[in-house]
Write a protein that binds this ligand. Structure first.
Ligand SMILES: [Zn+2]
Length: 298
């Protein structure tokens, strides 16, 4: 869904005066209340604060490291990024994906009337009706903004999806509060976050949650399903990547980062063992990543 759709425009708040009264003027949004203007680039409004523009400069420094440069290049091609993630990644995505969760939550014909946000989407396109939200203006992003200050009205969103994003937000508590605020009663969340996974900068990494931790943080949501995306075998592969690559860090950090990817490609087939781990009731105790699907209590 694009910002030209009045349903999307109507839930947006002006970051400056917090009023939901923005006018769509094609290449910009103008606040009718305080007259602030926000650029719209490739149909994506940039609803960001001045401080964020300062943060962009810091991020750009981190993104400029060689491995991150390669990642950024690959991320320009959504299908290649997706293919590499599944073919030689370290995580077995055998649990419910956001796409599957969406399909199980709403029928296809219902989706057209819904407001669904994928926060920290990157380039991933789950469904044409899903609005991609990201702090970076990647391809496919429909709203450029900060997840800790969502410019979105209270109780207005039918579903928030956020996959492997919360761990990268320094003030994660604020982002969690914002998600809880914007979802309407009876609306849904799909939250996926690493549990047993080494540090991974994208551009930085701050946070982990157990399955009990997710349930606690999102207690305003009634649990629909909790599962793992990446079981114990994925956790082992990601740990071994670092275990074997660490000696290379004596030479250089770039070589160490590069070697984690080489070892990931070699050990990647081990992930298949996660299919076996699904048979064991306590596999969640050693999962690489957990997800939570919840319905907001009335
Ligand atoms: Zn305003």
């Amino acid at each position: 869904m694009q910002v030209s759709d009045h349903r999307f425009l109507n839930i947006l708040l002006c970051p400056n005066c917090k009023t939901a009264n923005l006018a769509d003027q094609k290449d910009k949004l103008t606040c009718r209340q305080c007259q602030s203007t926000y650029p719209v680039v490739n149909s994506a409004p940039y609803l960001i604060h001045q401080e964020l523009i300062q943060q962009y400069k810091q991020y750009q420094k981190e993104v400029a490291s060689p491995v991150n440069k390669l990642k950024t290049l690959i991320k320009k091609s959504p299908w290649l990024f997706q293919f590499l993630t599944y073919a030689i990644g370290s995580i077995s995505y055998f649990g419910w994906s956001p796409r599957k969760a969406l399909k199980k939550t709403f029928r296809e014909e219902q989706l057209h009337g819904k407001i669904i946000l994928n926060i920290g989407s990157g380039i991933k396109a789950i469904h044409p009706e899903v609005i991609n939200v990201d702090i970076f203006p990647y391809q496919n992003v429909g709203l450029v903004t900060d997840a800790t200050k969502l410019p979105i009205t209270d109780n207005s969103v039918d579903m928030v999806i956020t996959e492997s994003t919360l761990e990268h937000i320094p003030d994660v508590e604020l982002a969690i509060q914002e998600i809880c605020r914007v979802v309407k009663p009876g609306g849904f969340v799909y939250i996926s976050i690493p549990f047993l996974m080494p540090f991974h900068a994208s551009p930085n990494d701050y946070f982990r949650l157990t399955s009990a931790g997710i349930k606690h943080k999102f207690a305003i949501f009634e649990e629909q399903r909790v599962g793992m995306n990446g079981g114990p075998a994925s956790a082992l592969v990601t740990l071994l990547m670092h275990f074997f690559a660490l000696p290379f860090s004596i030479i250089s950090t770039s070589l160490y980062n590069f070697m984690t990817y080489v070892i990931m490609a070699v050990l990647s087939p081990l992930r298949i063992l996660d299919l076996v781990f699904y048979l064991f009731p306590r596999s969640m105790d050693a999962a690489a990543m957990t997800y939570f699907i919840g319905k907001k209590r009335a």
